[in-house]
Design a protein around this ligand. Structure first.
Ligand code: CO8
Length: 258
């Protein structure tokens, strides 16, 4: 629990972090980013937690970085403090899966934050956009890179250059979102996915996250080699022995994250 976020542990294994600045549409002020990234880091290090969820409220996931906080900064302020780099690094270093549950606005830094997560489940009222161009700046929290990788150059250019919003259905069709659900079912669906992930061996889920992320950053042959090595390494875990034995015995596995 912090000034800008609420946290909850569900069934002992899923950590839910709710951005809680409703009066400012969950604008991502420095304090919020600090609290969020530290909470994610702490949950990531908690051996009981197998999956994290980041969500906002029904009106807004996050309407971007806090414009009121940024407006008066000049280049040397942002450059010298390396604006938001610590928070982004903390989030990117998380090794366990993070799900973004998005309802309402996910704009600018909010869209970028959602795209930093590993899975995105969206409500039918979700709206995505990179509207920085309309306030005289540009995406700076990964939008120009992640959006382009997700939806391709032409569509990413159009989104970033016009600042237009994209509805949930379009986001689903072009590959931003992994699942589209009615707004009232968003949390139930997301918690269900998170519990399923958390019920697996953390050794497997962490290796899978590492391998899938590698696909974005390397050639196919290097990525395949990396995957193969992790796959081989998974045979050194007790959970691989248990998982396969449980299949043979026709019972549920009892994973110990080892
Ligand atoms: N920052 C600060 N305050 C905000 C923000 C924001 N991003 N978004 C909304 N608010 C505030 C409003 O100012 C308003 O406050 P007040 O009640 O004090 O006037 C309150 O939230 C409610 O907002 P609205 O009255 O505007 O609500 P509407 O329902 O009419 O509109 C919108 C909702 C469409 C979400 C609208 O508020 C909006 O367009 N917000 C700004 C969206 C935007 O431009 N986001 C991009 C910000 S820039 C960014 O994210 C850069 C990322 C890169 C950083 C890189 C760092 C390294």
């Amino acid at each position: 629990m912090g000034e800008y976020i609420k946290t909850e542990i569900i069934d002992g294994s899923v950590a839910l972090i709710q951005l809680d600045r409703p009066k400012a549409m969950n604008a991502l002020c420095n304090g919020l980013m600090e609290e969020l990234s530290i909470a994610l880091q702490d949950f990531d290090r908690d051996s009981d937690i197998g999956c994290m969820i980041v969500t906002g409220n029904e009106k807004s996931f996050a309407a971007g970085m806090d414009i009121k906080e940024m407006q008066s900064k000049d280049f040397s302020d942002t450059y010298y403090e390396d604006m938001l780099v610590d928070s982004a690094d903390r989030i990117m270093r998380c090794r366990k899966p993070i799900i973004a549950a998005v309802a309402g606005y996910a704009l600018g830094g909010g869209c970028e934050l959602a795209m930093m997560c590993d899975i995105m489940i969206v409500a039918d009222n979700a709206k995505f956009g990179q509207p920085e161009v309309t306030i005289g700046t540009m995406p700076g929290f990964g939008g120009s890179q992640r959006l382009t990788r997700l939806i391709g150059k032409a569509k990413s250019m159009e989104m970033c250059l016009t600042g237009r919003m994209m509805e949930a259905e379009e986001a689903m069709l072009c590959g931003i979102a992994s699942r589209l659900v009615p707004a009232e079912d968003l949390m139930e669906e997301t918690v269900g996915v998170a519990k399923l992930i958390a019920s697996k061996s953390q050794m497997s889920t962490m290796m899978i996250k590492e391998a899938v992320n590698r696909a974005e950053e390397t050639s196919l042959s290097e990525g395949l080699r990396f995957e193969r090595r992790l796959f081989h390494a998974s045979f050194s875990t007790k959970d691989q022995k248990e998982g396969m034995q449980a299949f043979i015995d026709k019972r549920n596995p009892d994973f110990i994250n080892n």
